[in-house]
Design a protein around this ligand. Structure first.
Ligand SMILES: N[C@@H](CCC[C@H](N)C(=O)O)C(=O)O
Length: 293
């Protein structure tokens, strides 16, 4: 009994969400978790039945290149390079917990450095705008099999009896966007895992289905690598708008309202090539997690 109690590790966490895309956030300024155990902690906390329940785990860390650094681990323990909904929550956490004092600041990710601006309501951060930087859309940037400098725009791919058209976009992390006529009919639970783990994507990929209502309005559903269906994917919504421009469904400089399962994001691929994303960030609860590890 005593040994069992001794083995427990207490991890102080905050659970936050951006449009229902929810993660367990851990403040690495105050608590250093052992590097080799991070995938295991992500799996443990994400479990709905024996953990807290989440789409993964996000670390808020000191940075030498920016005011703060974000690291994102998916539900299966794999480390992602970027997370749009996570960035907005990290920005809210950093501002409200005094890690930063300015309303505009930089956040480092494994996919690059982005700029955040928090928008306040009654002294709390309500929404956040992120300058997500410049997208890339070569096979090499995803990565995807084939000639590294080639682009993947509207490329046909077969799934069961249907042909889809895919456009690959990297927002620091990789996305495969497919435009469909009706979002509700998109085969998310079958084509999602099929394409995510397809051999053409050696590092796996996030899969998005998008229905275009107009050049200013898209419907969006996602199957995320490492987490499966989530209510929202910020980088995926940015990739959808970039893919929309590349396929002439919208244009640079047009703000697109992207309707995700968990709510709306406002995204513009600006004429200077930067992608801007604005949306909410919400704190759900704080607590202590007892890891068995
Ligand atoms: N939900 C995120 C993306 C999280 C990481 C992704 N699953 C990956 O492995 O690339 C978002 O809001 O962007």
């Amino acid at each position: 009994m005593t040994e069992r109690v001794k083995a427990l590790r207490e991890i102080t966490y905050t659970k936050m969400h951006g449009l229902g895309n929810n993660y367990i956030y851990i403040n690495q300024f105050e608590e250093q978790l052992p590097e080799e155990k991070l995938p295991q902690y992500a799996i443990e906390v994400s479990n709905l039945y024996t953990g807290i329940g989440s789409d993964g785990m996000i670390l808020i860390c000191p940075s030498e290149l920016a005011e703060v650094k974000m690291r994102i681990f998916n539900k299966d323990g794999s480390e992602g390079k970027n997370c749009g909904n996570g960035l907005r929550c990290v920005a809210k956490y950093a501002y409200e917990n005094g890690i930063v004092s300015a309303e505009k600041f930089a956040i480092e990710t494994l996919g690059g450095i982005v700029q955040a601006e928090v928008h306040l309501k009654y002294d709390r951060v309500d929404t956040v705008t992120i300058d997500m930087g410049k997208p890339q859309w070569t096979r090499g940037s995803l990565p995807m099999s084939g000639e590294s400098n080639d682009k993947v725009i509207n490329e046909s791919v077969q799934f069961e009896e249907n042909v889809f058209h895919m456009t690959g976009v990297s927002m620091g992390n990789p996305h495969m966007v497919m435009f469909v006529d009706e979002i509700e009919a998109a085969p998310l639970t079958t084509a999602g895992p099929y394409f995510t783990d397809h051999e053409m994507f050696p590092e796996s990929i996030n899969v998005e289905f998008v229905e275009v209502v107009s050049d200013k309005e898209f419907h969006f559903r996602v199957w995320e690598r490492g987490s499966g269906i989530t209510q929202a994917c910020g980088t995926g919504a940015c990739a959808a708008v970039v893919a929309g421009v590349l396929n002439e469904k919208t244009s640079k400089g047009t703000e697109v309202t992207v309707h995700l399962a968990g709510g709306d994001l406002f995204i513009t691929w600006a004429k200077d090539d930067h992608v801007w994303m604005t949306g909410p960030a919400v704190t759900i609860t704080t607590g202590v997690f007892y890891s068995q590890g």
